[in-house]
Design a protein around this ligand. Structure first.
Ligand code: 5AD
Ligand code: SF4
Length: 496
């Protein structure tokens, strides 16, 4: 590390200055998490945003999307209104993702781009939050090169936004508050949800798996589950408000409940309880094969509102690579689980995450990944070139695979993934599927679009009054990543 990075900036600041520390973030302390409902707005912050606007740009995963809904909820509670226009905004927050280097580069590009708006409007508050804010290298780079940033806070203290914003509004200095120790579970945060059809519901925070390539256990802290009753009440309330679908969220949902009481109420029990709530569709993400238990499979097989889509990241098809990744399963164990799930839920769709070009990955090891994709015939896969994340064990490994080879492997992998995605869609041709209508298609205003229970994107023509409804659609044309269909009359389905 160069001496510049080690500079102690805290001496320059008279106000809140709490910098992140990845080493500290690695520590896992016992029983220090509290479940609180103590979110409140300071008296002098109430209505402070009256007549003012905020804009939040979100990068990365669904967890970040949902955190943005919480931040938007907090800002709306103190009077701000949302805008999509930078020139109209009084606060711009970048809710960032640290999972790969290119995600970080995008954010640094945007931070640079915002300087012009700050020059134009010196009262503008520019804030950086989310996973990147948890990394000391990022914070140091902002302190050195992007002095127009007014506010930095992390993933554990979102509930402190009113207080931090107040300080940023009053202060001429950058306000920095990042906690490296995970926060408590705060239950009464406001949420401004995007849309009224599908909703995210956090069931747990953090990750203790420490896959050797992954920065998440450092940026999101230790696994903390919400109490079942809080989750069930939230889902019930969403059902009452007319939402049609919830996605239960966690970095590793299969570890749900391990940290609660005696650890016997786990994801299977939670899903079984949520099955009885009158909401048409329930999804969950993300699963780790490690904790995927037989009783969870049994519950998922009961169907009902538990939809037939399983996202099961495999990362690699080679047991030696999986071992170095710290995934705690072999190729054979993954396949065993996969086939068990397929047998228990025959119509399920399966998607996965795959990393190519892990340090020193050989051609043969990569071939194992290709053959696993062939065997599983995934409906889709998120595929990535390995990106070293400073602070993680894998980042210290020497690597003899060139970027050129990694890129070529990604292309070869994508070709196989796409072939199977198309094939799985083709199997639906002529079939009638249930679609939750989410709105007009992004590409064509004249067409409605939505997802099936298997999470397939379907476009079809129909009146806008159907938005928010579950309708039957016959699939007439299939593409790799979407299906075209036509609306089916109720009577036709009954006669099928
Ligand atoms: N490089 C590339 N991909 C990564 N992922 C996580 N960390 C890295 C990394 N360092 C991928 C994994 C994970 C998904 C969310 O992102 O496939 O499942
Ligand atoms: Fe990262 Fe592994 Fe945790 Fe997923 S399970 S968030 S890949 S450490």
């Amino acid at each position: 590390m160069d001496s510049k990075k080690e500079k102690d900036y805290s001496t320059y600041f008279q106000h809140t200055f709490q910098a992140p520390n990845l080493k500290e973030a690695r520590r896992r302390r016992k029983n220090t998490v509290q479940h609180l409902s103590d979110f409140s707005i300071p008296e002098d912050m109430k209505n402070i945003g009256e007549g003012k606007h905020f804009l939040i740009r979100t990068y990365g995963c669904q967890m970040n999307e949902h955190d943005t809904e919480v931040m938007a909820g907090i800002l709306e509670e103190i009077g701000y209104t949302s805008t999509e226009l930078e020139e109209e905004a009084d606060i711009i927050l970048l809710n960032t993702c640290a999972i790969r280097e290119n995600a970080e580069n995008k954010v640094f590009g945007e931070i640079g781009h915002l300087k012009a708006y700050k020059t134009e409007n010196p009262d503008l508050i520019v804030g950086v939050c989310g996973c990147m804010a948890q990394e000391e290298a990022v914070v140091n780079r902002i302190l050195e090169k992007h002095q127009h940033v007014d506010l930095i806070f992390g993933t554990h203290n979102i509930h402190r936004l009113p207080q931090l914003l107040k300080e940023a509004l009053l202060s001429k200095e950058m306000v920095l508050e990042v906690w490296s120790k995970e926060g408590d579970v705060i239950e009464n945060l406001p949420k401004a949800r995007k849309g009224n059809i599908r909703a995210w519901v956090n069931i747990m925070y953090g990750c203790d798996k420490f896959c050797t390539y992954c920065i998440v256990p450092y940026t999101r802290g230790k696994e903390r589950s919400r109490h079942p009753q809080e989750i069930i009440d939230e889902v019930r309330e969403l059902a009452r408000q007319g939402y049609k679908e919830v996605t239960l969220l966690g970095q590793n949902v299969n570890a749900y409940g391990k940290d609660l009481n005696d650890g016997t109420y786990r994801l299977s029990q939670l899903m079984d309880d949520i099955r009885h709530i009158g909401i048409p569709r329930v999804r969950f993400t993300t699963s780790h094969p490690w904790d995927f238990t037989d009783d969870l499979i049994d519950v998922l097989a009961k169907g009902g509102n538990l939809v037939e889509h399983i996202h099961l990241p495999v990362q690699s098809g080679n047991s030696d690579v999986l071992k170095i990744m710290g995934r705690n399963y072999s190729r054979e164990k993954y396949l065993e689980l996969f086939h068990k799930l397929k047998k228990a839920i025959p119509h399920a769709s399966f998607t996965t995450d795959i990393i190519v070009g892990y340090p020193n990955e050989t051609e043969e090891q990569f071939q194992d990944t290709l053959s696993l994709v062939e065997e599983c015939e995934f409906d889709g896969a998120y595929t990535f070139i390995y990106s070293p994340r400073p602070g993680t064990p894998a980042a210290k490994m020497t690597d003899n695979v060139s970027l050129e080879v990694k890129k070529e492997r990604l292309q070869r992998l994508n070709k196989v993934v796409n072939e199977h995605a198309l094939k799985s869609n083709q199997r639906l041709e002529g079939q009638i599927v249930e679609v939750l209508v989410e709105g007009p298609s992004k590409k064509n205003e004249e067409v409605l679009s939505g997802h099936t229970r298997m999470n397939k994107l379907v476009n079809f023509k129909g009146p806008k009054t159907l938005i928010g409804e579950l309708v039957n659609v016959r699939i007439v044309q299939t593409k790799t990543w979407s299906l075209d269909g036509e609306l089916v009359e109720e009577a036709e389905v009954v006669n099928q």
